[in-house]
Write a protein that binds this ligand. Structure first.
Ligand code: SF4
Length: 111
């Protein structure tokens, strides 16, 4: 009886080890994650930090098809593919408080 329990226990340990070995390394997830949620055209993700945004509208002036100001005078993204990537990055660079973050397939594009 003891041998049987030990064998089952060993088999379970081996299975867990195999399952863990087949799971993605957490360090790899950070490489994969930027690809999640990328826009279909530019293959970018734009984030506006609403806590930082002061509603200056510079991003809207720079790329009006990408950004707009909402009812609270905070910028929001309406279409990440509304302008070429270099124009989106330029618009992000025009933000006086660096509230816009642009990521691409290989990671951060701005800042
Ligand atoms: S440029 Fe920056 S601070 Fe101005 S509206 Fe856009 S995100 Fe907000």
């Amino acid at each position: 009886m003891w041998d049987m329990r030990r064998r089952v226990s060993l088999l379970l340990v081996r299975k867990v080890s195999r399952d863990r070995a087949s799971m993605p390394n957490p360090a790899c997830l950070s490489v994969v994650c930027p690809a999640v949620g990328l826009s279909p055209g530019n293959r970018i993700e734009i984030e506006v930090d609403r806590a930082l945004c002061i509603g200056s509208g510079d991003c809207v002036d720079s790329a009006p098809a990408v950004f707009e100001l909402d009812a609270e005078d905070k910028a929001r993204v309406i279409d990440p593919d509304g302008a070429p990537t270099d124009e989106v990055i330029e618009a992000a660079g025009n933000c006086p408080v660096t509230a816009i973050f642009v990521r691409g397939e290989d990671g951060d594009l701005y800042p």
